[in-house]
Design a protein around this ligand. Sequence first.
Ligand SMILES: CC(C)(COP(=O)(O)OP(=O)(O)OC[C@H]1O[C@@H](n2cnc3c(N)ncnc32)[C@H](O)[C@@H]1OP(=O)(O)O)[C@@H](O)C(=O)NCCC(=O)NCCS
Length: 201
Amino acid sequence: MTFLLNDMQTLSPIGFQPFVAPEIEIVDEGQCDIFARESLLDAAFGPARFDKTAQRLRDGRLPAPGLALAAKAAGALVGTLRLWPVDAGGVQALLLGPLAVAKTCRSRGIGRKLMAEGLFRAFAAGHKAILLVGDAPYYEPFGFARRHTLGLALPGPVDEARFLGLELETGALTNASGLVKAAGAFDFSAHRVETEFLYAA
Ligand SMILES: CC(C)(COP(=O)(O)OP(=O)(O)OC[C@H]1O[C@@H](n2cnc3c(N)ncnc32)[C@H](O)[C@@H]1OP(=O)(O)O)[C@@H](O)C(=O)NCCC(=O)NCCS
């Protein structure tokens, strides 16, 4: 993927306009954001979110450094996006998701703003490819396409049409073949244990 430096001194994917929701700040997620983030994700996806195949690649892992993002309005968390290290059939890549925006704040460009920041940060950190499971009509404008994941399999059932990839470096996923595996650092935080306990009960 090629990025352009535009007059707002921000890199953005060609053909994509991230300068929306100017009142929204995209920042690194902090410890104090975790409760609000989990509440937002519960409201967006419900408890079934823990059953998703993509979750198997996040269980017990930490997001990639610098790639846990929070969208904030006047200090309140209104959106979340994280990206996770994975081994994509021998190719180092990121798994994007979950992406969610508070129901009361949707269709103001916050999702696009989170995506633009996440893609820029991933590119700037030297990552070469990103995978996700999501709705193609939302993610295709960012460059995600099914053709990049044809040689890959996920560790569970998935609607294959929703398994998409993005090459931040041209050809990065050309030889990606086989099972996608978790590759992030392990998460030993108490928060996670608490969350799992709650949902197991
Ligand atoms: C998807 C989501 C993050 C978008 O956040 P957002 O801040 O509303 O996104 P934006 O304002 O940047 O874009 C809104 C546009 O995306 C469209 N859109 C939202 N969800 C979509 C989806 N699943 N598929 C296709 N288009 C979608 C909206 O209709 C809207 O279109 P419009 O601008 O023509 O009205 C938000 O709707 C959400 O949290 N959904 C529930 C969680 C979810 O499904 N996340 C994963 C998406 S696969």
